[in-house]
Design a protein around this ligand. Structure first.
Ligand code: PLP
Length: 453
């Protein structure tokens, strides 16, 4: 009997005991190809010798020093590296300071409070509202959940959430009108932000938060070209801070270290986690502009926030080793190569599949949307939990993928997300697609026909 409070109470989880490249191994010796990096975390696989060595070295000299008393070389070096990369890669980069935390939700909480405090410091105390998108996930803590748009995650806690305004996502598969160009659709979707700002009164709006490529809630949905540029422009015109959440899509997952670089847009605040430490240590970060930082430095002088483990030396050393591996070993090139190969293989295997409505994503963050009917795009009945069936069947075949239910027009729909480590090769691509095909077939076979509208 386990005393661990597992997230799913009655599930019999295998016991993971070892990692071998992109594989996890359980205590029965079974091997699982990690085609989703857990939750888009493990970008270097599970046995990277360089990162392990960096952790050992740091832990042996200094594991941790509280950030209210000390900074550490590990934290300083990692911050320098991240800002140097942002300068090199993001057009008109605004990011200049790095605030370390332990994960994605903490990064989101810090960003929301920073946005609020910034406007207090510059004498605009009425700005406190946050606008977000209906199709989004920014974390499970109450602040992050408040701005997130995933109904299933929000519903039980709705009375405890802070008010936030949600606009439409940029979700071309379902929302682009027939005959509408991508550009026109992107403009229409972005203009919802301006309408919301005007409706609320721009003097009350502190920030807009969005994922450049929507992850867990929708299964790898990138914005159409031009959408984020227009969002940037709208934020600037109304004095609203732009927070881009790259917890899942950042740190090379889309082929760029910063996903926003591909859109040619720099946010005022950027959230990072997952691939930052690649799962070797729990670490997240909030990057912000000098303008925001300096308003506080020249004002109250104190950001009223903080956590015990922020800037944890061992976590920072691990993350720096991860980042150096990505940069020095050109691993993002492999994201491009294997990402294209995986996408092509998915198109070949599922492009005509009657229950795969859309195949999408960027780099090694790819998604399949599962539909009951390709023509009408009607989702499966949520009660049959198709995504859970796919996950079960995939695990039974030694494949980890990330099937989830998203929200479509207020109803839940299903998608499968793939986010394998950046170290995969063609043999892994073939195995992922083959086993996913088997898992999907088995899951559909076990789905009652009545569940299909
Ligand atoms: N933001 C995004 C885009 C995420 O995908 C996630 C987690 O999946 C989070 C925030 C929350 O991160 P964490 O689970 O590390 O708190």
């Amino acid at each position: 009997m386990s005393h661990v409070f597992h997230r799913q109470s009655n599930a019999a989880y295998p016991v993971a005991v070892a990692g071998d490249g992109p594989w996890l191994i359980d205590d029965q010796g079974r091997r699982y190809l990690d085609a989703c990096g857990g939750a888009a975390v493990c970008c270097l696989g599970h046995s990277d010798a360089t990162v392990r060595e960096a952790i050992r070295e740091q832990a042996e000299s200094l594991a941790y020093a509280h950030s209210a008393f000390f900074t550490t070389r590990a934290a300083e070096n990692l911050a320098n590296h991240l800002i140097a990369r942002a300068e090199a890669e993001i057009p008109d980069n605004r990011l200049d300071k790095v605030y370390f935390v332990s994960g994605g939700s903490e990064a989101a909480e810090a960003a929301l409070k920073l946005a609020r405090q910034y406007f207090l410091e510059i004498g605009q105390p009425t700005r406190h509202r946050v606008i977000a998108r209906r199709q989004s996930y920014h974390g499970n803590t109450l602040g992050a959940l408040s701005v997130g748009g995933n109904q299933w995650r929000r519903e039980p806690f709705e009375p405890m959430l802070m008010p936030a305004t949600h606009i439409a996502p940029c979700y071309a598969y379902r929302d682009r009108a027939e005959g509408e160009s991508e550009e026109a659709y992107g403009r229409r979707a972005a203009d919802e932000l301006e309408a919301a700002i005007l409706d609320l009164g721009s003097e009350t709006v502190a920030a807009f938060i969005a994922e450049p490529v929507v992850g867990a809630t929708a299964g790898a949905v990138p914005a159409v070209p031009g959408y984020l540029t227009r969002i940037r422009d709208i934020c600037d015109r109304h004095g609203v801070l732009l927070i881009l959440d790259e917890v899942m899509c950042g740190m090379g997952r889309t082929g760029h270290l910063f996903a926003c670089a591909e859109d040619g847009v720099s946010p005022d605040i950027l959230l990072s986690a997952k691939g930052l430490g690649a799962g070797y240590q729990p670490i997240g970060a909030m990057l912000c502009s000098a303008r925001i930082h300096d308003a506080i430095a020249g004002g109250s002088g104190f950001f009223q926030h903080g956590h015990t483990y922020m800037g944890h030396a061992t976590a920072c050393a691990a993350a720096l080793a991860v980042q150096r591996r990505l940069h020095d070993d050109g691993l993002l090139d492999n994201v491009g190569v294997q990402g294209s190969a995986l996408r092509a293989a998915l198109e070949a295997a599922f492009g005509q599949h009657p229950h795969v409505g859309d195949i999408r994503g960027r780099g090694l963050l790819l998604g399949l949307e599962l539909v009951a009917d390709r023509a009408t795009k009607a989702p499966f009945d949520a009660a049959v939990r198709l995504n859970a069936r796919v996950k079960r069947e995939a695990m039974a075949r030694g494949l980890m993928c990330y099937p989830m239910g998203g929200t479509i027009d207020g109803r839940r729909g299903d998608h499968v997300m793939l986010a394998p480590p950046f170290i995969i090769g063609p043999e892994h691509v073939s195995e992922i697609v083959e086993k996913l095909g088997q898992a999907l077939a088995a899951a559909l076979e076990s789905t009652p026909a009545a569940a299909r509208p």
